[in-house]
Design a protein. Structure first.
Length: 322
């Protein structure tokens, strides 16, 4: 069976002109997506600080910590999937590829995130097909996980937008698609259409379960992030927490389908506001927290991407021959 092969490991010959040009293009792409993320951060910064004035600093800090934890857990799920497709790459290198590449979502058209991840993987000596396949499978498993978790917010979603029922109708179909045999067949079909090598081996329950668990944990941590903000103005305790977890799952799912917009901007906030107003917040309060949440997401994305890049560089320095 043809496999998703790795690039041949060898010493470091002098770089060709093409390789040097590709290095420049990668750096330009990274700087471009950072600029887009910074622009989005700056455009919402004033309203962000206005909202946080009414939130205890402890809640704001813990909310950001919860977001960082969610991103790191989700990255572990991505790395687990990529590791299953070839030689393990390690968390530091995997995080650099995943997190820095994910900044591409801030450029209109979320395809840029996957292209940047593939290029960073190629720079690290991994086949583009392996990175693309891992990201594709994690995306599918993550969407199904989000749909399941979004059931927690079902009453609020239905009361505000009955047309959102179609999201929940997809859950049985999504769960069926997670069967390793079906997921393997679907992934191989996509790879065949794209004229890429097929999977080296069928996917198993173990790796699918790990990716699903990581995605579910990430949604829950994102719910903790939103609840810590909203709870400062009296969102009901346990019921409010459950709604916030469901709200984040709904918002991120809807944002994923709005792939033309940078990081699902606008669409994600509408879903958050719909659920938060059902938990007792006014439209103004819910909107403010949705904007604050987006800014904190951008801060967390930039922070984790920067830390991952530094950690990966440090790891290479330690393992490099003297």
């Amino acid at each position: 069976m043809t496999t998703v092969e790795e690039l041949p490991a060898a010493g470091k010959p002098p770089k060709s002109a093409k390789a040097k040009i590709l290095d420049v293009v990668r750096w330009v792409a990274i700087l471009l997506v950072i600029a887009f993320a910074a622009k989005q951060l700056a455009s919402n910064w004033g309203e962000f600080w206005h909202t946080l004035r009414d939130v205890a600093w402890e809640s704001s800090l813990l909310s950001l910590v919860a977001l960082v934890a969610a991103i790191l857990v989700s990255t572990w799920g991505w790395q687990t999937m990529v590791d299953d497709l070839g030689k393990p790459i390690g968390y530091a290198r995997g995080a650099q590829i995943c997190l820095v590449g994910s900044l591409g979502k801030y450029v209109p058209g979320s395809v840029w995130a996957y292209l940047l991840q593939m290029e960073l993987g190629r720079k690290a000596g991994l086949a583009r097909a392996r990175i693309f396949t891992g990201s594709l499978i994690q995306l599918g498993v993550g969407v199904v996980s989000a749909l399941v978790v979004s059931l927690l917010a079902a009453p609020a979603v239905f009361s505000n937008s009955p047309r959102a029922l179609w999201l929940f109708v997809l859950i049985p179909l999504g769960l069926a698609m997670l069967h390793p045999k079906i997921l393997t067949w679907g992934t191989s079909l996509v790879l065949r259409i794209l004229r890429r090598p097929p999977l080296a081996h069928p996917l198993g329950w173990r790796v699918v379960g790990k990716v699903f668990a990581a995605s579910t944990a990430a949604w829950c941590l994102q719910g903790v992030h939103l609840w810590l903000l909203a709870n400062s103005v009296g969102t009901p305790g346990v019921s409010g927490f459950v709604l916030c977890v469901g709200a984040m799952a709904v918002a991120m799912t809807v944002g994923t389908f709005a792939f033309i917009l940078p990081s699902g901007v606008g669409v994600r906030e509408v879903a958050q506001v719909a659920v938060l107003t059902a938990s007792g917040l006014t439209v103004g309060q819910a909107t403010a927290f949705a904007v604050a949440s987006r800014v904190m997401f951008t801060v967390a994305d930039l922070l984790t991407a920067g830390l991952a890049a530094v950690a990966a560089r440090s790891a290479r320095s330690v393992t490099a021959p003297a």
